[in-house]
Ligand binder design. Sequence first.
Ligand code: FE2
Ligand code: FE2
Length: 496
Amino acid sequence: MSQDDQKSAVSAREAMGVFVNFHVAYRQARVYEQNNVQFQERIRLLFDTFQKILQTGEEVQIRIVQDSVFLNQIRLKFNFSNFHVYLFILEEFKNWRIGAASFLPGLTEVEMQSFIIFLSKKLLPQSNSFERLAEDLQAAAFAHIRLEKIPAAEEVKLVGQNAVPMYFLGIYHLKEIFDARHGVLNLHITKRWIQSIVNLLALDESILFGMTTIKNFEDYTLNHSVNVCVLALSLGRRLGLSRRELIELGISACLHDVGKFEIPNEIVDKPGKLTSDERALMELHPQRGAARLLQTRTAQDMPVSAFVVAFEHHLTPSLGGYPKYHWRRETSLFSRIVKIVDYYDAITTKRVYRPKTFTPEEALRLMVDLSGKEFDPILLKAFINMIGVYPIGSLVVLDNCEIGVVIQPNANAAFVKRPKVKLISDTRGNKLDGGIVDLVEPSGTANGFKRSILMSLDPDQYDIHVYDYLLSQAQPGAAGRAKPEGKPSAVRPTAP
Ligand SMILES: [Fe+2]
Ligand SMILES: [Fe+2]
């Protein structure tokens, strides 16, 4: 028994049960009636644990401290299987600016149940979320529930620390999936990973966007598949897809290139031009992918969109491209989303067979030229709005000759060309670990700015790994070891 257990009326396991049951009850409250049997069962389980603590005269307190979640004095240790619960708690607390929720002795099961229903059905206001929630809580007369606002200095700043391991975990998880020779895909794990990514995107997209500048880590197709999944989910969120649709989109995006594992590596990675036979074989990967997914033993659990996207992701909206396909008029929404993010990630990745690697800015320009032919114009517009003119991870030269990496877009649409930049070289070209400059900073002269972007550069030409700088922002103290070289054990999410 740990020290924490000895001091507490409940064990660490029971404390974890509180969060799992709270998470499930909260979701059930959104869709079920109050008298639903399953919902009632969750409430009972949750209240049983609450009672064990309340009977000792102590209150039950859920508190977020920096990157950790506490139940009274027990610090919760989440693992991969329940990581989505941790992110859910963080997201809820961050949205409402709650630092702690306390349940006081005298609390009844009915009061606790009403509170969960109350919270689950509340719409997040535009501003002053905590004050609005506290007012409504008072009006609803929850006598034994008290909320504390998160102190300004404690505003949740955890996303980076979770996004980094979660991103790499995705690559290793896909490796396991693609290596599976027995035709079994554990979609349960894939779904949980996608849920975590969706939660992280809701907290802060910028770090995961930055992670997608990592290319060719472990294996091109694996790394590429995770990037495509992250970007597709982000675009899907902006399009207002439901959580369920996002999970389906995420699975489809992760598995879109599964057919490439049916093509010999000598062809997939061949430097130089493919022969016509090799190209024909390569262009079979959509059919091979869809067929492979259909043949898996868990095919019945797979969303239909996974087969469709694997088959359609190289087709244009009007069915140009490959494979030849005549029995539909247009490709599906998910295929059109994946088509865009797949193309973007592919042409911004250095490959032996591709003569040119595009900078993000060049890639977007090319894609605009192909709008309507290759890509759905409306979705492409939404994608460009999402990525920004200078996406996170762009290497840029400033008008005073400094060089920097874009680390945060400007939220103001009027200043899309003025993101925040981390300086990595001075005006003479000397490398430095510089500060972060905001390009809206005025120069002091009328209508002038201190710095502006002159152009973007190809990081490969300068042998610069932009993700080193992005990861050092995401994980304080991680600079210098940011270039990922570890194996799964080094990157598994050690839960905060
Ligand atoms: Fe593909
Ligand atoms: Fe792809």
